[in-house]
Ligand binder design. Structure first.
Ligand code: APR
Ligand code: ZN
Length: 366
């Protein structure tokens, strides 16, 4: 048995239930969660933007301790500290074979099924199966995940900070470093200063960008982006995002523009504030039916690169340890990303704060 936050119907709230957690099967790992971040992707499921089978245990940015391993597990053992990986790559599909585990076909199927690779779930409540978001199901005292979803990490980083690596940090820093490959001396704009946006900013700063423009609607958060490397801020309550970025770049636009909200309008803004030949990277997740309006003539005549980034185009078994080493070396900021710590029982308050846009990251401490 474990206490878990279960989504029974769209719109929420999440209810705290005692769920049954089955033992890990072959190739699976049971994890005792110590910390889990509240991410806008979880909220996308609650509000129905990302429709998934219910009931479901959400949460995918988690860290904890290996409690038990199933037969055949070799990469972790009981007692190891792990960060959950919400894209557990199969290493066999055509994307894994070409070195793009972020696009793994099996992991993509799991994103919409809310199950383990064998199609079943390890959570149940009142005798009925309960789904697990991105296999992780991190809003639970215990979870069972595929071995590939439990990445062993160094033991000297507090769980709350380690958890952040699992989504907002790899997604944000990875979008800047892997997807955009931001070059030293370049100009960058980031629309949306949330958990992901702050990490795009610090990734761009790590890569040596000379100008980083943060765009949001909340002044306090915009002010904080400066400590992560932003050089300028634009408050969309006062100024038009595209006009303001063009003004700040002598009318050219930025070399790289990132969207980290998940709205078609701000995705178009990101494209429109990118300079000719520059790159627009979409990180925010919109609902599956939405489309983005972009001027057709500009596509050839301005020759911008328009791309997306999923999991920061990363490879968690390699990237999580690297990112934690960067933190330990003082090069990556994690503490200031946490705005509030909640108990599992307070999770709905945490999501209310996330929705208001006031927090960077809220964290559940188990
Ligand atoms: N213009 C500018 N900023 C906005 C706007 C807008 N129209 N609407 C929302 N924002 C800001 C909010 O104020 C907030 O600071 O966007 C930010 C979003 O941050 P979070 O809610 O913390 O979202 P986050 O968890 O960072 O995820 C961002 O990336 O991975 C995806 O699914 C995720 O689509 C989501 C996006
Ligand atoms: Zn996330």
């Amino acid at each position: 048995m474990a206490k878990a936050a279960v989504l029974h119907r769209y719109g929420g709230p999440l209810s705290i239930e005692e769920v049954d957690v089955a033992a890990p099967k072959r190739g699976e790992v049971k994890v005792k969660l110590k910390a889990a971040g509240l991410c806008h992707s979880d909220w996308h499921v609650i509000d129905g933007t990302l429709p998934l089978p219910l009931p479901i245990v959400l949460g995918h940015e988690g860290a904890g301790i290996v409690e038990e391993v199933g037969e055949g597990v070799t990469s972790v053992k009981r007692g190891d500290h792990v960060v959950l990986n919400w894209v557990p790559a199969c290493s066999r599909c055509r994307y894994c074979r070409i070195g793009r585990p972020d696009l793994c076909e099996q992991a993509a199927r799991l994103t919409s099924s809310g199950t383990m690779p064998d199609g079943t779930t390890r959570f149940s409540w009142q005798g009925k199966p309960v789904h697990q978001f991105l296999t992780a199901g991190a809003f639970s005292e215990y979870t069972v995940v595929p071995e590939q979803a439990a990445i062993p990490i160094r033991r000297d980083v507090p769980f709350e900070l380690a958890a952040l690596i699992g989504c907002s940090v790899i997604t944000g820093v990875g979008a800047a470093i892997h997807t955009a490959q931001v070059r030293p001396g370049s100009t960058v704009a980031v629309i949306g200063a949330g958990g992901v946006g702050f990490n795009i900013i610090q990734g761009a700063a790590l890569a040596g960008a000379k100008q980083i423009i943060a765009v949001d609607m909340i002044e306090e958060k915009l002010a904080m982006t400066k400590t992560f490397g932003a050089t300028h801020t634009v408050n969309v309550e006062k100024d038009d995002a595209v006009d303001a970025v063009l003004d700040l770049t002598d009318g050219l636009g930025v070399d790289y523009a990132f969207e980290a909200i998940g709205r078609p309008e701000t995705m178009a803004d990101a494209y429109n504030m990118t300079r000719k030949g520059g790159m627009t990277v979409i990180v925010g997740i919109a609902a599956p039916h939405e489309t983005v309006e972009i001027n057709a003539f500009s596509l050839p005549s301005q020759s911008k690169m328009l791309t997306g980034s999923w999991l920061g185009q990363g490879n968690p078994p390699v990237d999580y340890p690297k990112l934690l080493d960067l933190y330990a070396a003082g090069k990556l900021k994690l503490e200031p990303l946490i705005s509030a710590v909640y108990s599992l029982e307070q999770i709905n308050d945490g999501f209310a704060a996330l929705k208001s846009g006031q927090t960077i990251r809220g964290i559940i401490r188990f």
